[in-house]
Design a protein around this ligand. Structure first.
Ligand SMILES: [Zn+2]
Length: 375
């Protein structure tokens, strides 16, 4: 865009404004002095997308506007039969739209996130957490709805959320590490998500961090996932005879300085440091955004983690290494799916789905109700 001339940019902006995707806003300078300047913001009335997060026992859906602001959420149990996944997601979308008092046809796009290896054509090559191999939920859902459907790995979705849903949008380079039922990373270079040729870039969870380590859900052993994922930590803590119901309970025990957690946390930090050091060294992305379980744990282990990393990474990379906690990507509001939908319906690769595609391909929305289950 930086090389486009001013009149082209103005024409595009006017088109977007006409379609209701963006709106003119007045920006006042701090202190209230001087003339206010004009700018554009994404219009919250420009359209809606649905984000879908597929979890081992749950299909979680969120309806959001183009700025990523959630309007309504809905949860359904995961379908028992894999052939019913598309129908079940669609039933969730219909339920979500009814709760918001809107027609399904008013949706711009649906974005699905999956924990696992997702090919660029939407095939889930392997998801140990969902126990799927070579299965395409995108194709199933597309046979149920006219709304454009996009799909991606859940760490990629969370990374896209950092790019697309932050204000102002970021063009930085970073690695987002999502630690939930599994562990994965989204690699972002200069504001662009790098998926790799097959779509599997950033699959850091199944790198081996120790020979003869714990058995992993992928069928191997010694994986980073087997030592630090929320699911693995629940197993490790239960094996130690400590009663916990969810990962947040483990964080509470660490925060309270429970002595039973000392040895467990030393192993956790060592494993996490090894996995992060290897990943940073390979990707060249020392700006690390933590999400999920690692983000919740980080404030309580910051000093020990940095100490453990000292021996594992090139001293010059260590100088640049920094951790931040990412946008909240949780089971209540799966915004990664929203980001996948936004990227899909605004990308040049999906021009036929774009909201500004020629009218014969897609009628622009005239108006959208803004009612719905208020969050
Ligand atoms: Zn593994």
């Amino acid at each position: 865009m930086s090389e486009a001339d001013k009149s082209t940019v103005s024409t595009v902006l006017r088109e977007f404004e006409k379609l209701g995707l963006i709106e003119r806003v007045e920006r006042r300078h701090s202190g209230g002095r001087g003339r206010p300047s004009e700018g554009y913001a994404i219009s919250s009335a420009g359209g809606l997308v649905v984000g879908v997060n597929l979890r081992p026992k749950e299909i979680r859906l969120v309806l959001a506007d183009l700025a990523g602001e959630p309007r309504a959420v809905l949860s359904r149990p995961m379908a028992e039969n894999v052939n019913d996944i598309g129908r079940s997601i669609h039933a969730g979308i219909v339920g979500l739209m009814i709760s918001a008092g809107l027609e399904e046809a008013t949706l711009r796009a649906v974005g699905i996130t999956v924990p696992g290896l997702v090919q660029t054509d939407g095939t889930v090559r392997h998801s140990p957490n969902l126990d799927w191999s070579n299965f395409n939920p995108k194709m199933q859902l597309m046979s149920e709805t006219e709304v454009p459907v996009f799909i991606g790995n859940n760490a990629d979705g969370a990374a896209l959320g950092e790019i697309l849903l932050k204000n102002p949008p970021s063009d930085r380079s970073f690695m987002l590490v999502l630690c939930d039922s599994g562990v994965g990373a989204g690699l972002v270079y200069n504001g662009e998500l790098c998926r790799g040729d097959g779509g599997f870039a950033g699959e850091i969870g199944h790198q081996k961090i120790m020979r003869g380590g714990r058995n992993c859900i992928c069928g191997s052993h010694g994986c980073l996932d087997a030592h630090v994922s929320n699911r693995s930590m629940m197993a490790i803590v239960c094996e130690a005879g400590i009663e916990v119901d969810e990962f947040a309970d483990i964080v509470r025990l660490v925060e309270a300085g429970d002595p039973r957690m000392t040895g467990i946390m030393k192993d956790y930090i060592d494993a996490m440091a090894m996995g992060l050091a290897n990943s940073v060294s390979v990707t060249g992305l020392p700006d690390v955004v933590l999400s999920g379980g690692m983000a919740a744990m980080y404030p309580h282990i910051e000093r020990q983690l940095h100490e453990a990393l000292k021996d594992l990474i090139h001293p010059q990379l260590l100088v640049d290494l920094r951790f931040t906690v990412g946008m909240e990507e949780n089971r209540e509001r799966p915004l990664g799916g929203v980001a996948i939908a936004l990227e899909g319906c605004t990308g040049f690769a999906a021009l036929e789905h774009a909201p500004w595609a020629p009218p014969q391909q897609r009628e622009p929305l005239n108006s959208l109700a803004t009612s719905g289950e208020t969050l």
